[in-house]
Design a protein around this ligand. Structure first.
Ligand SMILES: [Zn+2]
Length: 235
């Protein structure tokens, strides 16, 4: 592959410097320039009364003990939890080191299955599923625990499944300095299920295959074989 500029230099310990750069992809989410001007606390304080108003307009009695704090719970969940991946500074801290293991060309695909929950940006209801992520090391490795963190960082935004798939591929490519990445996502969209359009068994699949996963049929086949074979773990 062509030599490209490494936007993520690392220090002597292997820690990547400026990982927020890896959060910026070629498939940007519709996030405003001024999105990070308010602190998380300020956002929660401003969303809470607006959420209260929505629920009151719907006719809910917010004096009821059970739902009294629902406007606050929703505001906090949006800002601190399910949409925390809107802020690039929440991109996981990653160390990257030299790959001394994968000298054999036939055994050098790193493959992982990652469960995630995201929110569809059209209805703000969950989509959940699994991301199958693979890369061929190009002289670099990252800790395996970082792959789920990268997936979940991009999942924690109002999302489109297609964009989520491409954003994960872009970030892995940047962090690992290789074009040889593949991401396949299978997800159930609860906006479709909850509204009765499709049932819970419906899955949508999106694939992004880059580098050798796109150009080499053997590598591509190995990826799709691995999806079938890799055991399902419930964590
Ligand atoms: Zn939707």
């Amino acid at each position: 592959m062509s030599k490209k500029r490494d936007p993520l230099q690392h220090d002597d310990e292997g820690y990547l410097l400026n990982t927020t750069e890896a959060a910026i992809t070629n498939y940007p989410s519709p996030i405003r320039q001024d999105a990070h001007k308010l602190s998380d606390e300020e956002k929660i304080a401003r969303i809470e009364p607006k959420m209260r108003e929505i629920l009151e307009i719907l006719g809910l009695d917010l004096e009821d003990e059970s739902i009294k704090r629902t406007p606050y719970r929703i505001a906090k969940m949006y800002v601190s939890e399910v949409f925390s991946g809107m802020d690039p500074k929440n991109f996981p801290k990653i160390s990257r080191w030299k790959d001394d293991f994968h000298h054999d060309q036939n055994t050098n695909i790193v493959f992982m299955r990652v469960g995630f929950t995201s929110f569809c940006e059209h209805h703000l209801v969950p989509m959940n599923g699994e991301a199958f992520v693979a890369y061929k090391p190009n002289g670099h490795l990252i800790g395996l625990s970082k792959i789920p963190r990268i997936v979940r960082f991009f999942a924690k935004r109002p999302q489109l499944q297609e964009r989520l798939t491409a954003q994960i591929a872009d970030a892995l490519s940047k962090v690992l300095q290789t074009d040889d990445v593949a991401v396949s996502i299978s997800a159930t969209h609860y906006c479709v299920v909850a509204r009765g359009i499709e049932d819970e068994g419906s899955h949508t699949i999106t694939n992004v295959l880059r580098g050798q996963f796109n150009s080499n049929p053997h590598v591509r086949e190995e990826f799709f074989d691995a999806i079938q074979r890799i055991p399902k773990h419930r964590v």
